[in-house]
Write a protein that binds this ligand. Structure first.
Ligand SMILES: NC(=O)c1ccc[n+]([C@@H]2O[C@H](COP(=O)([O-])OP(=O)(O)OC[C@H]3O[C@@H](n4cnc5c(N)ncnc54)[C@H](OP(=O)(O)O)[C@@H]3O)[C@@H](O)[C@H]2O)c1
Length: 256
């Protein structure tokens, strides 16, 4: 599968408009060109990385993002993960998609209920699992993680209002814990809360060449004010999928 640069605001050896980007991993399992294309501009950073159909849906016909994705999308996802200290996901995505622990970064799961059943976390990688939840959820977290993972995972208790943790308090807690560069992979409801509260620095959005009525909008159902975005990079593969990096402008869109 080939991947081409359509636009970049930071031309370099790998990133000139028209350049073909190698996506295969080398002997070290690294994808050097993609790492350069996706390097975050600052050590403290919050990215969202999701995939949507052209219709704005976060799920394909199987009810998960799996059927929207392809090998290039998965290669980019792996690189964006590698470049982050922590991969943040909502518990419903863990239950729906089974989530594994990434190869190098931490997996941060946010839950109100503590129910992480259906996870596929390898006990050998459990030291890189971080669960953020209210105090009321810790027993259920331990039960549903199972003893192999729960014994080595870190549980960060954050103050809650009726079981919900405030997104800015959640980020503060993770950064106190040394996780500065974060990528939130969703799901839509968690991603939407970070956008609503103006906490996101960048959106990495893959667009899958399909329209579908899944009933699951990619940034959730909450209403929030607009934020202005600037396109910093756009890639396209030979299956018509697009991969954008959008920077979130610091000023609120309504102040222009
Ligand atoms: N297109 C994509 O890129 C993509 C990415 C990921 C997932 N998905 C799909 O999206 C769907 C799941 O997404 P979703 O939006 O329904 O759910 P989600 O965001 O994955 O998870 C929501 C859950 O996270 C926990 N949570 C969220 N905000 C919280 C807060 N402020 N405080 C405490 N806990 C909080 C709660 O867990 P509890 O329920 O445990 O209390 C909540 O029910 C699945 O179909 C999945 O396949 C798509």
């Amino acid at each position: 599968v080939s991947l081409r640069v359509l636009h970049t605001s930071a031309p370099s050896s790998v990133a000139e408009a028209g350049a073909v980007v190698p996506t295969a991993a080398d002997d070290d399992g690294r994808r050097g060109a993609l790492r350069e294309l996706y390097a975050p501009p600052s050590a403290t950073w919050l990215r969202l990385n999701l995939i949507a159909a052209v219709s704005g849906d976060a799920a394909g016909e199987d009810g998960t993002s799996d059927t929207l994705s392809n090998d290039v999308d998965r290669a980019i996802l792996a690189v964006v993960r590698e470049l982050a200290d922590g991969v943040v996901v909502g518990a419903a995505s863990v239950r729906a998609e089974g989530y594994r622990v990434p190869r190098s970064s931490r997996l941060v799961v946010v839950t109100s209920s503590g129910d992480l059943s259906g996870h596929r976390m390898d006990p050998e990688r459990a030291e890189r699992v971080v669960v953020v939840c209210p105090a009321s959820a810790t027993d259920e977290v331990a039960r549903t993680l199972g003893p192999g993972v729960a014994s080595a995972a870190t549980v960060l208790v954050v103050d809650d209002v009726e079981g919900r943790v405030a997104p800015d308090a959640l980020l503060r807690r993770l950064r106190e814990h040394g996780l500065l560069s974060l990528v939130c992979e969703g799901g839509p409801s968690l991603a939407g809360q970070f956008l609503r509260d103006g906490l996101v620095d960048e959106l990495c959005l893959s667009t899958s060449p399909v329209v579908i009525g899944s009933g699951l909008p990619v940034f959730g159902r909450e209403r929030f004010d607009p934020s202005r975005l600037t396109l910093s990079q756009l890639l396209m593969d030979d299956q018509s999928a697009l991969y954008a990096r959008w920077l979130v402008d610091a000023r609120p869109a309504t102040s222009r």
